[in-house]
Design a protein around this ligand. Sequence first.
Ligand code: NAD
Ligand code: IPM
Ligand code: MN
Length: 350
Amino acid sequence: MPQNIAVIPGDGIGPEVVAEGLKALKATVGADAFDFTHYDLGAERWQRTGEVLPDSVLAELARADALILGAVGAAPGSKAIPSGLLERGLLLKLRFAFDHYVNLRPSTLYPGITTPLSDAVVARGPIDFVVVREGTEGLYCGVGGSMQTGTPFEVANEVSVNTARGVERVIRDAFERAMRRRKKVTLVHKHNVLVNAGGLWNRIFGAVAEEYPDVTTDYLHVDATMIMLVQDPQRFDVIVTDNLFGDIVTDLAAAVTGGIGLAASANINPTGEFPSMFEPVHGSAPDIAGQGIADPTATISSMALLLDHLGRRDDAARIDAAVDADIAARGSEKRSTSEVGDAIAARVSA
Ligand code: NAD
Ligand code: IPM
Ligand code: MN
């Protein structure tokens, strides 16, 4: 029986990169391993029908074996769509409804890749770490509001919700991953200021660490993390952090390891109760949409994360190897989105 994959190409470069992700996926597992169902969710559907994510569609998506998402959202500053409408109503709704509490974002500096890091930093050794970003709590919960809106007395609050259960389960996941890697976990927070949430994260981190005596632990405030990502990225193996810090950390992590066009991600529901969702870290990139120049590599690498999640480890490794080889062979010539996708799919099939 083929497994069912729900595909949400979305907005901007979303459909362009998803097409290449599917190409690599089909080249790897054949045309019949999966049934793909496409959903036209995103800006265009909202403009046409006023719908963001109807309950009936959410219920259908819940029955898929996995989800693939391109990206959603308009250009920052655009008046065409209220900011946050699609991000909250579609993307975050899916992460929350499907309890994607592990937002996994790997970063590797592949040989030959151009990086803004200094030669001295790169020479220090391989850069290969994963960020385990909490995906269902924190400042993303939508708790808050504003009073006296639009007046000089306006007060706007955004509350960060952190539960012991939510923090513990994601920290535990980070330690489990570290056991399969280089056995080091860095907690990133800001407990010198956020004493309540930071205190909870710190306490639970310490308690879980006691169960993993083989794992080295480390703590950094999020601001210092920005310094270390640029000056000493080799120190990281597994970073565990909250939802918003993880969002910020992973854009910088992407930028220092070859750019946002390479950064893959998985929104995982480890219990398997709900389907997990695979997407590039980047957004809809309205500034380059429609030009056929977006780098599809992040989406293609996200397909490897999907295959790994579905238990097809060898297939995942084939995509990773094809991506590695393509990146190693990249020269200075500019290729189109589909040229990159074709080249990687050809390497998978070879
Ligand atoms: P962005 O990631 O879309 O773009 C940031 C910069 O990176 C832009 O210069 C863009 O051209 C470049 N870029 C992104 N992906 C690229 C790729 N594959 N190849 C080459 N260059 C690439 O971030 P933004 O501009 O802050 O956001 C644009 C819209 O996307 C917003 O509406 C935002 O809310 C939304 N967004 C959605 C997601 C998602 O759906 N997962 C993620 C991030 C942002
Ligand atoms: C990401 C994006 C999303 C986030 C936005 C679009 C809601 O930036 O996936 O990194 O903040 O998680
Ligand atoms: Mn982001």
